[in-house]
Design a protein around this ligand. Structure first.
Ligand SMILES: [Zn+2]
Length: 231
């Protein structure tokens, strides 16, 4: 179910009578090369949440579309600071709990959000709120990228906003030493570090992306996530 299908008296009755699990998708607003919209992370995580909600009879709440993306400076990003981001999510969770919703999944769509979201999950372990957090790309076998083959394929499957003519190969780590890859991984997450390792803002090669591959990735992610959520 989607939040846009909920009406107050019925919804309050529903959460009173039966325990509901809700999903809060969390995305980001940041550069994704010249061929994908800056809303890419939020677009994908919204779609994954909606499919997961359908499959598991959860309720997908609206996406928090601002995350922490300062690693992309000076390329475009709109970021929250860590304290503000933590407090905002915590206050939303507390408000849900007040409304008898204590089973919550935070579905993350952006790498830079991970430390905050994991800290929130740990801080609630001993509370009466059952909150679990997942980053959707951990539920697929293929190595993830940034505006590369995987992300571009998924966007082709869910959006008509992809400009394939503008898709250009970015950073390719294949063939590099383990040590060099480690150095690049570390630098890419520092403020302003991403464009230092991937000059055009792309990690991977989007040029061979297809809608069919995107559908395959999405099906795999939702299948594996559903298994995890129901365990
Ligand atoms: Zn992304």
């Amino acid at each position: 179910m989607d939040v846009s299908e909920l009406y107050d008296p019925e919804f309050r009755k529903l959460i009173k009578s039966k325990k509901q699990t809700i999903i809060i998708p969390v995305g980001s607003l940041e550069q994704h090369g010249a061929h994908l919209p800056i809303s890419t992370d939020s677009d994908i995580v919204t779609e994954v949440a909606s499919r997961l909600a359908k499959k598991c009879k959860f309720i997908a709440f609206p996406t928090i579309s601002y995350g922490i993306s300062v690693e992309h400076e000076p390329l475009f990003n709109t970021s929250s600071d860590e304290n503000g981001f933590t407090q905002y999510i915590m206050s939303v969770v507390a408000s849900l709990a007040k409304n008898r919703i204590k089973s919550i999944i935070i579905l993350n769509g952006h790498h830079g959000n991970i430390p905050i979201i994991e800290a929130i999950e740990s801080s609630l372990v001993d509370s009466n709120i059952k909150l679990r957090s997942y980053s959707y790309w951990h539920f697929m076998k293929h190595e993830f990228d940034h505006a590369g083959f995987v992300e571009t394929s998924i966007m082709l499957a869910i959006s008509d906003k992809v400009k394939m003519k503008k898709a250009k190969m970015g950073l390719i780590t294949k063939g590099m030493s383990e040590k060099e890859i480690q150095r690049i991984n570390k630098l890419s997450t520092q403020p302003g570090g991403f464009p230092k390792v991937a000059k055009n803002g792309v990690w991977g090669d989007p040029t061979g992306a297809t809608k069919k591959d995107g559908e395959k990735f999405l099906a795999e992610i939702v299948r594996n996530l559903a298994k995890e959520c129901q365990s």
